[in-house]
Ligand binder design. Structure first.
Ligand SMILES: Cc1ncc(C[n+]2csc(CCOP(=O)(O)OP(=O)(O)O)c2C)c(N)n1
Ligand SMILES: [Mg+2]
Length: 602
């Protein structure tokens, strides 16, 4: 036992857990801990962006790339309130970060001191943060810290990862006690659950018997680092793979067995295969509305006509939307290894039996490519969206990291991006928090400094966090922002146009009596902040500009003017009751000769 300040104990525990970065902003509430971080500045680095939301997105993205956590540090009251949205982004997508929040001194609890939240209970910040974290702890004495820190770090990294909060009153940073550093938390991924032998037997038998099987993967496969096992299984049995955005790259998406994303903004072959499958093996995926055509039977999936094996390590996700025929509470990689061990001898024969299925899939792929490919070649001004996706794909190496923001720009990447490796395509999928890509790219770059990191970010989303420019310059983080500039909140404008008889209000950026399109000069804004920049209005110029920006190895912004009038082709549907859903633009109804699945209800 040694007498230690609370702040020292926290700092040493961060170091013991090899947490390299604390992303945080100062305030009177947390200066005690910042002083301890000063003492340890060669072992853990404090990076201070200009908004707490950015700090949390940086930590979130750092984890998604590295699968090793970082921490955030915010002060009492408003500073900590500023991370709530970003924490739910991490929570919805199962990303880990340790959110250290400061609070008022315990000696002043309930007296209404500066920045206390106390209408119903003393120092009540945990009540605000509780729904958006996996667990919140509030150690109120230094001798409570060892247990709280160990439990917090363990909760964050075990099972389904997620953000965890430790809320610490001001005095606890400063006061001393005889305390011992707790043992570090288990390394992420070292505790893994598996399936029972009976479950593996059944899963194996059903897979071998299936005539039209499909594997559907989600973030769970990425998080368990099961890409090689998934690829082996898919190749061994010849089973095609549909991926949710955060699963992308676990199977190289240029692989012939990769069908892409499913749902309204999915790829046509994925929706066709999903709804016609006789067996779906879902692993670490949760069938959210956007990857299930809002659960309308016959669009993306066709349960219960299709048999479902659902594997997840969170029991809450098993059967949330579709009751599984076989539910397996297990870690993705452990399950896949168990299954592969049981299968090895049978692969080739089964692949042969799937020939007719592969033939059908090849036809859907050909039809989809014939429909979409021509627009990827077109040069135009304003630039066609496909052109931006195509040039990014051509210029960026397979290990480049794409941090996607929110909006119609993201829909294009979900539909057409081909991720080559796991952990290279970061998406705010479950919560869609604007600013995630623009800010997260900074954390992603710190997680993989040797690889290009590019944010694809709408003009609207970027203007929510423009101060990311300052952080890139201050900390010399050479990222590239591609601003998808369509002069508006265009994804929402399109919803207005589709649902409300063309009535549009407050969704395009305009000025003056004539409603002339308005945006700041993003390149000028960047340059004023010390970031190199270019404005691109002709599609011919984008590719070279991107090559230059990636090669520059400095923070770089490309303001790319993209048409707001070209929409991604819907291949499934999406529904916001009571508004009527829309039929796909490129779906079975329009494909000559296609047969609707048994329960199709259009
Ligand atoms: C923080 C936050 N506020 C509001 C929304 C609702 N929203 C979703 S997309 C969108 C518009 C995005 O505009 P932009 O970034 O320009 O992308 P675009 O759709 O134009 O490509 C809005 C306002 C959100 N998802 N997150
Ligand atoms: Mg926009």
């Amino acid at each position: 036992m040694a007498s230690m300040k609370g702040g020292e104990l926290i700092t040493e525990y961060l170091v013991a857990n090899k947490i390299p970065y604390v992303f945080g902003i100062c305030g009177h509430g947390n200066v005690g801990l910042i002083d301890c971080l000063y003492q340890a500045r060669d072992r853990v680095k404090l990076v201070s962006p200009r908004h707490e939301q950015v700090a949390a997105h940086m930590a979130d993205a750092y984890f998604r790339v590295r699968h090793h956590p970082a921490a955030t540090l915010t002060s009492c009251g408003p500073g900590s309130c500023n991370i709530i949205m970003a924490l739910q982004v991490a929570m919805s997508d199962s990303s880990a970060l340790l959110a250290i929040t400061a609070n008022v001194p315990t000696q002043q609890f309930n007296r209404g001191p500066f920045q206390e939240i106390n209408r119903h209970f003393q120092a009540d910040f945990p009540a605000i943060i509780r729904p958006v974290v996996k667990r919140s702890f509030q150690p109120t004495r230094v001798d409570m810290l060892p247990l709280a820190l160990r439990q917090a770090m363990t909760a964050m990294l075990s099972g389904r990862p997620g953000p965890v909060n430790v809320d610490i009153p001001f005095n606890v940073f400063q006061e001393e006690a005889d305390v011992e550093l707790p043992p570090p938390a288990p390394v992420f991924g070292s505790w893994r659950s598996g399936a029972t032998p009976e479950q593996i037997d059944l899963a194996r038998a059903w897979l071998i018997a299936a005539k039209r099987p499909v594997i559907f993967i989600g973030h769970g496969v990425t998080l368990s680092e099961a890409g090689p096992e998934l690829t082996e299984l898919s190749h061994l049995l010849g089973i095609p793979v549909i991926s949710s955005p955060n699963g992308m790259g676990c199977l190289d998406m240029t692989d012939p067995l990769s069908l892409g994303f499913i749902g309204r903004n999915g790829a046509y072959p994925a929706n066709e295969a999903g709804r016609r499958a006789d067996l779906v093996l879902a692993i670490g995926a949760r069938f959210d509305d956007r990857s299930a055509s809002s659960w309308r039977p016959g669009y993306s999936w066709n349960f219960p006509h299709t048999k479902l094996i659902h594997v997840d390590l969170d029991s809450d996700e098993l059967g949330r939307n579709y009751p599984p025929d076989l539910a397996i509470l297990a870690d993705a990689r452990t399950f896949l290894r168990q299954l592969l061990a049981a299968l090895t001898a049978q692969g080739a024969a089964h692949r042969e039996a799937l020939r007719p299925w592969h033939g059908e899939i090849a036809q859907w792929r050909t039809a989809w490519e014939a429909f979409t490919a021509p627009n990827f070649e077109v040069h135009a001004s304003p630039i066609r969206p496909e052109r931006i996706v195509a040039d990014c794909q051509a210029v960026l190496p397979a290990d480049a990291i794409l941090a996607c923001d929110v909006g119609v720009n993201h829909n294009w990447y979900m539909q057409f991006w081909k991720a080559r490796r796991p952990q290279t395509m970061l998406n705010s999928w479950g919560f869609s928090g604007m600013g995630f890509g623009a800010a997260g790219v900074l954390g992603a770059k710190l997680a993989a400094p040797e690889r290009p990191a590019i944010a694809i970010v709408g003009d609207g989303s970027f203007t929510m966090v423009p101060h990311v420019l300052c952080t890139a310059v201050e900390y010399d983080i050479p990222v590239v922002w591609v601003i998808w500039n369509n002069f508006g909140w265009v994804s929402i404008r399109d919803i207005q146009l589709g649902m409300f008889g063309e009535r549009e209000l407050a969704t395009m950026f305009t000025r003056g009596a004539n409603n002339a399109p308005y945006n700041p000069d993003f390149a000028g804004w960047a340059k004023a902040s010390g970031v190199d920049a270019m404005t691109i209005t002709r599609s011919e110029d984008f590719r070279g500009a991107l090559e230059h920006a990636v090669g520059a190895n400095r923070p770089f912004l490309l303001d790319v003017h993209v048409s707001a009038e070209i929409r991604p082709p819907a291949t499934g549907t999406w529904e916001l009751p009571p508004t009527p859903y829309k039929e796909p633009v490129f779906g079975a109804r329009y494909l000559p000769g296609a047969v609707a699945p048994p329960s199709h209800q259009s």
